[in-house]
Write a protein that binds this ligand. Structure first.
Ligand code: ADE
Length: 418
């Protein structure tokens, strides 16, 4: 059962899971209801997610719903080993994840999670779904649906859908309003700053920070870096987003220009080689480079290795220093792996509460509507978004107004004007 680093870490992991649970009231309410209604009774659930205290509380929720749950890591460097130990040893959830596992182990663990022949899968980045399609196609017919947590995963899955390659339904959890407007923006914003600070201990005030990508994650990080006194430069390929960044008051310029100006660079795009060879070549001495997108492909690390005359590994935990021929030093954080989950603890529990409430309710929805679902990518139903928002507001002690009958009538009428 499971593959973890050290079962002796289970008590520490349990405490962290409980601490996170205090900040996850919405998921807690869903868990309570699931315990009574058991909507996933007897079903196999395989989850490929970042193995964190917050994920542990989602796994507990699905188990309480009656599911047999198996968990593997969705990134080799994001696992919290104490949490993995607690899940395996205390909560009866087989967990296959070790922080720093090599690529072979990473994929072997995904295979372990698939081999239980799940009815529901949860993915963060689509590695689980893609492995099922390439190596276990025969299991596809038994899968009711897969939930996808992140932008990068949704992009991959929509591409599969477009090609007619998808073999079972997918629900794009990332695209729910109560997910990306909060998790991607406020979660990534805070946890990226947190990861960079834990890795480097640098002062953000006065730094020239180059933010690559102005989607919800980039917006969040740019906003928080500015809040800490950084001079923020945004690089974008989308004209509308670039315009938005400019009108939000940021400097906007192409990466070729920003490369020679920035002190700190962070990619949050979901694309490849956003920081490429020529960018590394023009960086200032001491530049710090991080990625907070799902995969490390956003940085052309191969090119960086080629142009460096020397690499000083681990000059600090999570920092490798690449020396260029003229002596300039470039500091690469966490080998280009997502910095917020490698060097810090990912998004705080309070925001994961909403994302994972959407995951839990979408899983229940998929099971209830299994006969209607086709092998395409679905949006999360609005009702789930509204339920999560209402419960979160309630947990924060915030009341809101509702429409009067007159206002309702006004909104529904096309006849009334001035
Ligand atoms: N993605 C970002 N932060 C996370 C967290 N704390 N747990 C799980 N997945 C995450």
């Amino acid at each position: 059962m499971g593959e973890i680093k050290d079962a002796g870490l289970k008590e520490k992991g349990k405490k962290r899971i409980q601490w996170a649970d205090n900040e996850m009231p919405v998921l807690g309410l869903i868990r309570e209801r699931f315990g009574k209604e058991r909507p996933l009774e007897g079903m196999g659930v395989s989850a490929c997610l970042h193995v964190t205290a917050e994920t542990a509380n989602l796994m507990r929720t699905l188990k309480e719903a009656g599911a047999d749950v198996v968990l593997c890591a969705s990134n080799p460097l994001s696992t919290q080993d104490d949490v993995a130990a607690a899940l395996n040893e205390h909560y009866g959830i087989s967990t296959f994840a070790i922080k720093g596992e090599d690529t072979n182990t990473y994929y072997r663990n995904i295979q372990e999670a698939i081999e239980v022949e799940p009815a529901i899968t949860l993915d963060d980045g689509a590695d689980l779904v893609s492995t099922i399609h390439s190596e276990y196609e025969e299991l596809s017919s038994g899968i009711i649906a897969s939930m996808e947590e992140t932008t990068t995963g949704v992009i991959r899955l929509r591409a599969m859908d477009k090609d007619g390659a998808l073999r079972f339904p997918v629900i794009a959890v990332n695209d729910a309003d109560t997910k990306h407007l909060f998790d991607n923006r406020y979660g990534t914003g805070q946890s990226t700053v947190d990861g960079i600070i834990r890795a480097t201990d640098i002062l953000f005030a006065g730094k020239k920070v180059v933010v690559c990508g102005y989607g919800w994650c980039g917006r969040g990080f740019a906003m928080r870096a500015r809040g800490m006194g950084s001079h923020v430069i945004v690089c974008e390929i989308d004209p509308v987003k670039a315009l938005e960044a400019a009108m939000d008051g940021f400097d906007v310029m192409p990466m070729d220009k920003a490369a020679g100006i920035g002190d700190l660079f962070c990619t949050l795009t979901g694309n490849v080689n956003v920081i490429d060879k020529q960018h590394f070549e023009s960086m200032r001495d001491g530049a710090v480079v991080a990625n907070s997108g799902h995969f490390n492909v956003e940085l052309n690390i191969k090119a960086l290795k080629e142009i460096a005359v020397e690499v000083k590994k681990g000059i600090r935990e999570y920092v490798d220093q690449y020396i260029l021929p003229d002596g300039r030093k470039i500091n690469l954080l966490a080998e280009g792996r997502l910095i917020n989950l490698s060097a810090a603890e990912g998004h705080p529990a309070s925001v994961m509460d909403m994302s994972f409430a959407v995951q839990a309710l979408s899983s229940e929805y998929a099971v209830k509507n299994r006969k209607k679902l086709k092998p395409v990518v679905y949006s999360v139903p609005d009702k789930i978004d509204n339920t999560v928002a209402e419960l979160k507001l309630k947990s924060m002690g915030i009341g809101i107004d509702s429409l009067t009958p007159q206002q309702q009538k006004y909104l529904n009428s096309w006849k009334s004007g001035t």
